[in-house]
Design a protein around this ligand. Structure first.
Ligand code: NAD
Ligand code: IPM
Ligand code: MN
Length: 353
């Protein structure tokens, strides 16, 4: 019997609520399988910060290193500046474990209403591959003349040839293995960012030569945001820098129904380090504690984790049970137009496993 060691970090707000649901679901599912989970919980969160003045202990990364995967809800608290919470936990983990490919699918499932007109189930079926360790999130910069009228803030984006190449190559490999539209779209703003993003463009043009069966195009981020609304059916795999991928995936989430369905994986494709699985959404302080958070994004995120661990059948089964609940349509949380609570949706999914 295989045992997967999973580090569970529920985090803040609805992160805590949806992680509880997803863990219940994958634990039950594993009962009829040839694997089990050994779960270790970490209370690293904003509450932890209030007590210890840090988001995780100094040796946090070391503590996580030997897990097979990290399963995270969300972090972020209205009383702490977000750059403290996120630079104290989420972003250092992504960087330390070199989780350079952030994979975020947007699929319009049957039973889900898109805010866009004239659109049928599966008309939108795309994956954004977001560069996840450098770019605009490189955490390089500083202040000069702090708090004086002359204050200067410098925030540098860092684009390396190696960093661009590996994530672009990952996107091409994904397009090949998906075997759907066999298409990769590259997103930049190289008309204005004349160094970093022209490097990206050059590398994209070099890598695509190795994939003659994959069609490509390049879009500027502003036009890409428009095309996600205007012609979302045309996208297959979309590869973008850290910040642009972040922005595009919230759009991808809402055109396919809700942030509450948007799954995500921070992948280290080399498997030298654990990958981290957390949905695209945040801690949603506006609905935290109301028991109405949609757990499906976290559950679909668990499916990405299972897939990464090699449990492909379980991953598909999990996605299928979410799809069945969506299609039936009588147990949905308010973000999808329903009146059910988090635990009703969890029970509906559990009953299908
Ligand atoms: P958010 O994703 O938390 O919420 C945006 C909107 O989507 C809100 O109206 C929320 O109610 C809704 N929503 C999100 N997830 C939902 C779900 N599962 N079910 C139903 N509705 C859902 O984004 P925000 O409000 O900009 O950020 C809140 C906090 O979370 C901030 O502190 C932010 O920095 C943090 N954040 C953390 C992560 C993460 O940990 N991965 C991601 C994004 C934002
Ligand atoms: C996400 C989030 C994070 C990001 C924030 C909270 C730092 O928005 O995972 O999409 O921008 O990566
Ligand atoms: Mn985001």
């Amino acid at each position: 019997m295989k045992e997967y060691k999973i580090a569970v970090i529920p985090g803040d707000g609805i992160g805590i609520e949806v992680v509880e649901s997803a863990i219940e679901v994958i634990t039950k599912q594993s009962k009829n399988k040839n694997y089990t989970f050994s779960l270790e919980y970490f209370d690293w969160s904003s509450e932890y910060y209030f007590k210890h003045n840090e988001m995780m202990p100094k040796d946090g990364i070391k503590q996580l290193k030997n897990f097979d995967a990290i399963f995270l809800g969300a972090v972020g608290h209205p009383d702490i500046q977000d750059h403290i919470t996120l630079n104290g936990l989420l972003l250092p983990i992504r960087r330390a474990f070199d989780q350079f490919a952030c994979v975020r699918p947007s699929i319009l499932y049957p039973g889900v209403e898109s805010p866009l007109k004239n659109i049928k189930p599966y008309d939108i079926d795309l994956v954004v591959v977001r560069e996840n360790t450098e770019g605009e999130y490189a955490n390089v910069g500083g202040f000069q003349y702090r708090d004086f009228p002359e204050e200067i803030a410098v925030q540098s984006a860092v684009f390396t040839r190696k960093g661009c190449e590996r994530v672009i190559r990952y996107a091409f490999e994904l397009a090949k293995s998906r075997n759907k539209k066999n298409h990769v779209t590259s997103i930049t703003k190289s008309n204005a960012q004349g160094y970093s993003m022209t490097l990206w463009d050059r590398v994209f043009n070099e890598v695509k030569i190795d994939y003659p069966s994959i069609k490509t195009n390049s879009l500027l981020i502003d036009a890409a945001c428009m095309d996600f609304l205007r012609r979302p059916k045309e996208f297959d795999v979309v590869v973008a820098s850290n910040l642009f991928g972040d922005i595009l995936t919230d759009i991808g989430a809402i055109i396919t129904g809700s942030m509450g369905l948007a799954s995500s994986g921070n992948i280290d494709p080399t498997n030298n380090s654990p990958s981290m699985f957390e949905p695209t959404h945040g801690s949603a302080p506006d609905i935290a504690g109301k028991k109405i958070a949609n757990p499906m994004a976290q559950i679909l995120t668990a499916a990405i984790m299972l897939d990464h661990l090699g449990e492909k059948d379980s991953a598909q089964e999990l996605e299928l049970s979410v799809k069945k609940v969506l299609e039936k349509g009588d147990t949905l949380t308010p973000d999808l137009g329903g009146e059910s609570q988090t635990n009703d949706v969890t029970s509906a999914i559990l009953s299908l496993l």
